[in-house]
Unconditional design. Structure first.
Lengths: 146, 679
């Protein structure tokens, strides 16, 4: 199967049971997307699939022939700098998912006003056990206001 | 040498490893590329809570494609003696709890390992189990010590007489459920053997401790086990000592001759890596009519496992928090067919202060005395008094109508609550090395672990000041057991302990008259230090609104004021404080490991069922602190800040719920089903 990841074409021969997350982490050396639960409950594995945020642990890779995936390794977005400035993470394990989710969410909002409550609601699929939520929201708020 | 007058300590430096964490470059234990023949381990867990494993049908599986080994006690390598019986994996036929590791599958692919583990046939003689903690459990006993080394019981004065004679009395029982640390990164190890030496990429809070513990099991000195722990996706106590994943990965690598990666699935964390014991706590408070405590009695019941005694120090903070002529505390445990409870963020203080601080609120209500004032009248600690006073001002406490169930806005009942916080200032011996580089920069090395605390950053700041160098001329190496030995990242003791060693090594290098390297071991100094009676304090304030129709609780504001030594980095410190407070919110409102007595296990074993706070739960939350350096404690004047945020914050929320609704929830968490019947 063929998959474009971070702009690069990849030709893969995968077990049909392999998830997109495991394809990235175990077959392509892209470990930025994290495995926190493997059940779509924590959001640590969030990547952008054809520009849309998805839980990569819930998608079988073989269903994605011809698709285009962006992982944290392929991102260059102001949200990343805002996370550094606002200390939007501690352990860093949920961070790639939070950032990919934020980038996807900002695109979904498409310029609509994003009060804090709206950001929180839209980001609630991404868990952070360190409790960096207020800082993550501050980072996203700053970028959304630009 | 370049000198600088601007101190790095106290500056809000960004995290050193931040750029790696926001670009996906930071590597965690299961993410190292270790050769072309990497194999994957998958743990098979016991489906019963008590019994014996008599046989495992290995043969059909090892004939399957891609399966390399199936290990159980019938064929697994023998291990050396384990101080922690939970690490004696696959060594005998006893099953001591549901979810215990009983076999390990190693396969060429992750998918094959998982499928083989799921299809493995186990022959088990199951026995009746006992997993329910009760205050009248017939097997309750008093442990000799409670964690880490406190006497189980304490008594001053005649508590029964003082309580009987008190003008105002509170006698209440609070219950907290089993809780799970649930770090975002599940426990994971990538193990490989290099000759007779063992290399472990492992997610933990103490690389040298893991090296020593796992080494002993494989008859290796710690120096021949290389533990690499560059980044850790949270631990909250659950990675403080080695867990079965490290031993199983090493065993699998030994048997197959390949590197083995073993990342526990989320569900396995709920039985295999520890939890906070459920507690049943009876608190009795007696006071004079003007609000001076005369009697304090705190009796806590918890559980431990059949394998190992872990005794949570639930009532220990009650021994110092308030002054009273008669104070008694005690702990009792039941050994159940359950996994061993372990450290979870603020073991002892978190559940114990929930009960004490809610009981204090109940006492304030009985006395018709402001709950802040009640605490001020009964503490002997000036810094605690300051946290209460200044915190109350900053939060806007004083315009509060003290009567419960008075403030209603639309469908919402609104109320505010307060609770105190305390955590011991602990320091442990550590060593560090400072080495001058050819370009004049200095590399500082210590086998510490940064779980997201900001340790790497703060140690860089400490080192820069001790060296008299600009911050950007210092590089700190941590997360490797072969570096100078460091204490555990636990008990909020990491920065104080490691920072002392780092300061010593850097000062020695600076004063060495041109040497290239200096080392420092703080052991002798730390052993001379009297740590008794050294605590951080805080005060938590909460405003909640409770939906009168649905019983939904929202925390509108959560505020913490702390006196916790010198704050070394305000950016990362604030994050630790609010992170603890948010976990406290989870404890108050969401988190509960629900036991199924028939199955003998928790039925909540993933994030769909074990609810931790999410973005939508967290509205206004803020932490501030007093300038409170304690120069007598360590060279930085710092105290630990990783745990105090979860101490008392749940009580502040419960007290606010009572103020809002008049309903006293004494059985955590305060879910809507406990509120609705009385709303």
């Amino acid at each position: 199967m063929d998959l474009r990841v971070n702009g690069e074409p990849h030709s893969l021969d995968l077990d049909p049971r392999t998830t997109l997350l495991d394809a990235l982490r175990e077959h392509m050396g892209l470990t930025g997307a994290k495995k926190g639960c493997d059940h779509g409950q924590c959001g640590a594995c969030t990547v952008l699939l054809d520009g849309r945020r998805v839980n990569s642990c819930l998608i079988l890779a073989v269903t994605l022939d011809g698709a285009s995936v962006t992982t944290i390794e392929g991102l260059s977005h102001p949200v990343q700098e805002a996370f550094l400035e606002h200390d939007g993470f501690q352990c860093g394990y949920c961070t790639p998912g939070q950032i990919c989710s934020a980038v996807g969410m900002l695109a979904e909002a498409d310029g609509a006003s994003l009060p804090d409550a709206e950001i929180r609601e839209r980001m609630s699929g991404n868990l952070c056990r360190c409790g960096a939520y207020p800082n993550i929201v501050a980072a996203i708020r700053e970028v959304a206001a630009r | 040498m370049t000198t600088t007058t601007e101190r790095a300590v106290g500056q809000p430096h960004r995290r050193v490893e931040g750029p790696d964490k926001v670009t996906g470059a930071a590597r965690y234990a299961a993410e190292y590329q270790v050769g072309d023949d990497l194999a994957y381990g998958w743990v098979v867990q016991s489906p019963v809570a008590r019994g014996t494993l008599t046989a495992v049908a290995v043969d059909p599986l090892v004939e399957a494609d891609d399966v390399l080994a199936v290990l159980w006690h019938g064929n697994a390598p023998r291990l050396g003696k384990a101080d922690d019986p939970e690490l004696a994996v696959l060594q005998n036929d006893r099953i001591s709890y549901r979810g215990q590791a009983v076999a390990l599958v190693v396969a060429r692919t992750l998918e094959a390992a998982r499928e083989a583990a799921a299809s493995l046939q186990l022959a088990i003689d199951a026995e009746p189990h006992d997993t329910v903690l009760r205050a009248d459990h017939p097997d309750l006993y008093t442990p000799e010590k409670v964690n880490p080394d406190f006497p189980s019981e304490s008594s001053t004065g005649d508590v029964d007489a003082a309580f009987a004679g008190a003008a105002v009395r509170v006698d209440v029982t609070y219950r907290t459920p089993a809780l799970h640390n649930s770090p975002m990164e599940p426990h994971a190890t990538t193990a490989l053997w290099a000759g007779d030496d063992l290399v472990l990429y492992d997610s933990n809070q103490h690389p040298p401790g893991i090296a020593a513990t796992v080494g002993a099991l494989f008859d290796l000195p710690a120096a021949r086990v290389h533990v690499i722990t560059e980044h850790v996706g949270g631990g909250f106590g659950s990675k403080g000592t080695a867990r079965p994943n490290a031993v199983l990965a090493a065993m699998g690598a030994k048997v197959t001759g390949r590197p083995v990666r073993l990342a526990l699935p989320r569900q396995a964390l709920f039985s295999m890596v520890g939890h906070r014991t459920p507690t049943i706590q009876q608190i009795r408070l007696g006071a004079t009519a003007d609000g001076k405590l005369t009697a304090v009695d705190h009796q806590a019941v918890g559980h431990t496992s059949r394998l190992f005694e872990f005794a949570e120090q639930t009532a220990v903070s009650t021994r110092h928090m308030y002054e009273a002529p008669a104070v008694r505390t005690g702990h009792r445990l039941a050994r159940l067919d359950m996994p061993t409870p372990r450290w979870m963020r603020a073991p002892g203080e978190a559940p114990g202060m929930l009960a004490l601080e809610c009981a204090m609120d109940e006492l304030a209500g009985s006395l018709e005395l402001d709950p802040v004032e009640l605490r001020v009248r009964n503490t002997g600690f000036d810094s605690y008094r300051k946290c209460l006073g200044l915190g109350a001002d900053r939060f806007g406490w004083h315009d509060r109508d003290p009567r419960p169930r008075r403030r209603r806005e639309g469908d919402w009942w609104i109320g505010t609550g307060v609770a105190g916080a305390t955590y011991p200032a602990m320091i442990q011996p550590s060593s560090a090395r400072a080495r001058r580089q050819p370009d004049g920069d200095v590399e500082v090395s210590i086998a510490a672990a940064d779980l997201g605390t900001g340790a790497r950053t703060v140690l860089t700041q400490i080192a820069a000041d001790a060296l008299g160098l600009p911050y950007d001329r210092v590089r700190v190496r941590i997360g490797d057991s072969t570096l100078p030995q460091a204490s555990v990242a636990g008990g909020s003791s990491g920065t104080a302990s490691w920072g002392w060693a780092v300061t010593g090594a850097c000062r020695a290098l600076r004063e060495s008259g041109g040497l290239d390297e200096a080392t420092f071991d703080s052991t002798a100094l730390v052993e001379k230090l009297n740590q008794e009676g050294k605590h951080a304090f805080g005060a938590h304030f909460a405003e909640v609104r409770v939906d009168a129709v649905t019983g939904e609780v929202r925390v509108s504001r959560l505020y913490g004021m702390y006196a916790a030594g010198r704050i070394l980095n305000p950016r990362t410190a604030r994050s630790q404080f609010i992170g603890g407070m948010i976990m406290g919110m989870g404890m108050a409102l969401h988190e509960e490991s629900v036991l199924d007595p028939a199955m003998g296990t928790w039925v909540t074993h993933d994030f769909a069922e074990y609810h931790v706070p999410v973005h939508a739960d967290v509205e206004s939350i803020e932490a501030e602190w007093l300038d409170d350096p304690d120069e007598g404690l360590n060279p930085m004047g710092s105290k630990g800040i990783g745990e105090i945020g979860i101490v008392g914050s749940p009580a502040a929320i419960l007290n606010a719920i009572h103020h809002a609704t008049g309903i006293r929830v004494r059985d955590l968490p305060a879910r809507l089903d406990k509120l609705l019947p009385s709303l």
